[in-house]
Structures are given as C-alpha cells and as structure tokens.
Design a protein around this ligand. Sequence first.
Ligand code: MSP
Length: 645
Amino acid sequence: MSKGTYYVTTPIYYPSSKLHIGHTYTTVAADAIARYKRVTGYDVMFLTGTDEHGQKIQNVAKEQGLHPKVFLDGVVADIKKLWETMEISYDDFIRTTDEDHKRRVQMIFKTLYEKGDIYKGAYEGLYCTPCESFWTDSQLKDGNCPDCGRPVQVTKEEAYFFKLSKYQDQLLELLENNPDILEPKSRVNEMINNFIKPGLDDLCVSRSTFDWGIPVPIEEGHVIYVWLDALSNYITALGYPEVKDGKFANYWPADVHLVGKEIVRFHTIIWFAILMALDIPVPKKVFGHGWILLEGGKMSKSVGNIVDPVVLIERYGVDALKYFLLREYTFGQDGLFTNEVLLNRINADLANDLGNLVSRTVSMVEKYRDAVVPASGEATAFDEDLIRVATSASELVDKRLDNLDFSGALEEIWKVIRRTNKYIDETMPWVLAKDVADASKLDTVLYHLVEGIRIISVLIQPFLFHTSRKIWQQIKIEEGALTAWDTSFTFGVYPVGTKVEKGEALFPRIDIKAELEALEALSQAGKAPAEAVKEVIPYKPEITIDDFAKVDLRTAKVIAAGAHPSADKLLILTLQVGDEQRQVVSGIAKHYTPEQLVGLDVILVANLKPVKLRGELSQGMILAATSGEVLTLVTADIASGSVVS
Ligand code: MSP
C-alpha cells in the first residue's frame, strides 16, 4: 500500500546543449529523493523539463540560422539524452513550448487578468538582454547588470503587470509563520529582509519587443514574459486548471521544489504570490541548494578540470558520479569541484570502504565454506553492536533525507559499511579459520558479514542503483522480498545455505596520479583551438552585362505563406508582384516560419521558367544570402513589382 504521494521538481533548464556537472546537481538530488521515496513506498511524481521561451533563445537560434523551435528540438534531445545517460528517473518532462503548457499558461494569465491581479501599464526600465531581466538603478553594479556585468539598455514598452505588491503582507506572514517552507533557513531571512520588507514592485509579465513566447491571450503583439510562463510548469504539468481530479488533485501541493540558490527569490516570492492569486496552496517546501564551483570562478570556464558529466560517467560510471555529487557537498552550501576531490572520494568510499568489504566477504565465504553461507553459530563479542548499527541506519537515513541532507544520509549508510569493515578486523576470520575449535564462531562472522552487506545493499539502492544490483548478484539474492526497504530493519533474513559467487571489483581502485594526468591531457585536448576551416567559395565564370540583363529581378511582397504538404524543408509563398500574384516554393522552412514571412518585401527572379517542386507550382525564386548555416532573405523596402537592377 502506498504511504502517500510525493511530488518533487527540478527547475526547468535553459536549453544549452553543454550541461556541466553543476547543472546536473539539482537533477541528481531530485532523482535520489524520488528513488528513495519510491523504494520506501510512496507514489512519486518527479518532474523536470526545459524553459524554452525568451529573447535570448530567439537570438541564439537566429545566430545559428535556425527557427527557434528547430534549434530547441535539437538541444532538448541532447538534454534528454544526458538524463538518460545519468539514469534520471523522472516521471514527466515538460517543455514550455508544449502546446498543452502554452494553453494552460494562457488560462492562468486570463484568470489573473479577470481577477484584476494582472493589469496593463507601461514599463520603462533598464533591461539586460542576455539575462532577460529588468533592473532598477539601485540594483545595477557599476552601472551594469548585477548578474552578468554586461551593459543594460533603457527600454520602454506597453506591458502587462502582475500585482506582486498586493501580496507583500501575505508573503511576509507566510514566511514568518512557516519558516520550514524554505530551506536552508538563512534564505528565509534573506527573502524577508532583502526583498519583501523593502517593498515589492509589481512584476512585468509580458513583452512586446520580441515574439518568442506564449501569446498574451487578450491582446495580440504581446507575449507572456518568462517567469510566469516558466514557474507555471509545476502546475500545468499536473493539468492545472483542471483541479478536481487527476494529477493536480493527486500531487499538489508539491512536497519540494529543488532549486539553485540564485532562483530562490523567484520561487518563494513571485511563485508563491502567483499561487496565492490563483487561490491554490503553495508548495510544502522550496530548497535552495548551493553551487558547485571551480577554483577561480564559473564552471563553464573550466581549466584543467573535467566538468562534462558524460566523460566522467564513461570513466567512473554513473553510480560513482551521482554518489560523489551527493556525498561530497552539503546540499545547502557552495562547494569546490576538482578532479582530485572526485578521485579521492571514489577511492576512499567506493573502492576501499564498500568495494573491499564486499570482495573480502565473498572471498572468505568461498575460501572457508566452499562459497556456501553458513548458519550463524556461537556469538562473538562484536555481533550485537554490528546488528544495532546496521538495523538502525534506515531510520537515521530517513531523518537526514527529511531535511534533504543527502550527504548526511550517505554518511549514515557509510557508518554501517565502516562498522562492518571494523567487524572483520575485530573478529579476524582468518585467525578463526586456522582452528577448528573456532568453526562455529567463524560461521557467525561469515553470516553476519553477508547479512550486513545485504542491509547495506538495500540502503544504497536509491543512490547507487547498479552497485546494489551487482552486490545482489554476488550474494545471490533477487530483487524482491530480500531487498525491500523494510528488510533493512531486521537482521537475519538472509537465507542460510545460499551459494555466493565473487564478481568483478565494484569500483576498481584508481591510480590517482596517473588518472589526474590523463584528465589534464584530456582537458587540454578539449581546449586545443580547433583550426578554423573557412570555406572559400570560388567565384563563378565571368559574364557580360548582357548576360546579367537577361535576369528579371522584381520586388515582391509576401502576402501568404504555408507549409508544403509533402516536403518539410519547403514553404509555399504567395507573392504580390505589382498587380499580379505568384506562387513560389522556397526551401527556407528551417530558417523562417510562415508567420515571419508574411509582410516581407523580397526579391523575385521573375522570369525563371516555372517548375513543379514536389508537386507544387513555383513561378520563380526569391533571393537569399547564406553564410554557413545562416540564411537570410534579401529584402527591399519599396513598392512591389519594382525593377531591381
Ligand atoms: N530556467 C531557469 C529555471 C526556471 S524554473 C521555473 C534556470 N535554468 S538553468 O538552466 O540556468 O539552471 C537550472 C539549475 O541548474 C538551477 O537550479 C541552477 O541553480 C543549477 N545550476 C547551474 N549551474 C550550477 C552549478 N555550477 N552548481 C549547482 N547548480 C547550478 O535557472
């Protein structure tokens, strides 16, 4: 029977194809808690996704000569592939470009508008395009964007506003009376003193200077500005505004939103206020975790350290990387990443503590008892303490995870591992094996060791999925009754008489010096400036002015555009050329949407012999300039039908 529901979310990621291990931190943590809740009997909903709207994305796509959606599809596929490699067990992946999400966000906008919580005004502010943020004068750092340090521009536009100020008192009361709602606690004061108490300004929730966004449902030409769109994902994925039954009724309010510390403000002030305005409960908790940093700064500017999770997984395995991230860093605090810290952690905890324990135990059962696990015999002085430590661990793990203390939870499990290793040193089975009079004691020791390992394998399964399975293979138990979480409270369920079989080392010991050199070399190779291969396109053979005069170029206005029925790359355009209308089929679908084309004044090769392209008549062609992947149509702002010469 289910113990209840558990809803955990990560932020939705800005699409960047090169996610580094810092990015994977939130997701690895969410994955661990989701797996933990599942094995302990909860009905879990784990949501992640991508945040795909805004000017920045539109600009990046344009630089690459791609329509934003085409650009995004590629990047999102890369992100999903990374999560697959990292075995992230999400239940749903939301994209803010999903039609369903867009429709639901529009409904949210409308509800807030009708309630009077969204109103129209004009916005004048200092805008940082890369960060998509407006700033006030006092927020600027040396006159530049406080987040990225780049210059800001004064921007004025008509816009819709959300009445954030209206919720100021309610927010203050919520945070003051429910400090548990935001962790770590220090962030509660930060929100109250730095943001809420100084006064909240209403929030601009629409833009009209770019169009890559969800259209405002009540006025054309405006798109919904990022945070309202992005934050709503946590409820649109549950089917909001349908609240009566289904996922929303089941899972909302979320048990925890896991977010990086820099977006706590958006999640506890803006998001909470939006939820208050919608009259729905706020999440039970927001946890703002720290950042994983490199010496000297940002992760993206890595020097000498490998921060690509795929490379690290190829070398050490997915379990090792996830374990490292969760164990090494305290979840609410910043931490420093270096290759050396990673390798030391793998060797000490995984190869030595856990790997050795399993390999020594299975070897001893093979050597002293023909691989058959004996029934426990005469007690040794050390059994009781081992049993106590092993059977009380799950409760301690539970307490730690209740506070999202992943490192502490793993430490509780490692206490059992270290206690079991110590048990070997205390009982010295190799000495017992020398004297037949100690046979019964040796039986006890071997049984206790195997049962200890079974409990450890049960406890690690949410964090080290493959390792737990590899241990089960060696001690020959199947997933099921003997691996269920509840069996970690009880010592002695391992079936006597089972034949064990040694496998490969769980974590081969790393030669740290040699490996650091290999990683350094790898990082240097990755940084070697790629020889820029500049494509030189030779000129065509010379022609005379008479040759050129044969080409009749005219300006034309695109009055309609649509998809080609049977070719993805082609669009069908209707052109106004003076008094005449023409149909032209053009291979520009990768670069323009039909909506972007309508109204453009393009240049037409008017006397080109008509042809059928994939079954559709094309009466001429339009001119475009290309550079690599980038394509742009040549336009001329003059009456249609004008002669170009
Ligand atoms: N799109 C917004 C979130 C919208 S949620 C409604 C966003 N995206 S992000 O891609 O920039 O960041 C996603 C997550 O990665 C954030 O939680 C962020 O804190 C985390 N990290 C990115 N770099 C990080 C480190 N170096 N270390 C730890 N986490 C960091 O913000």
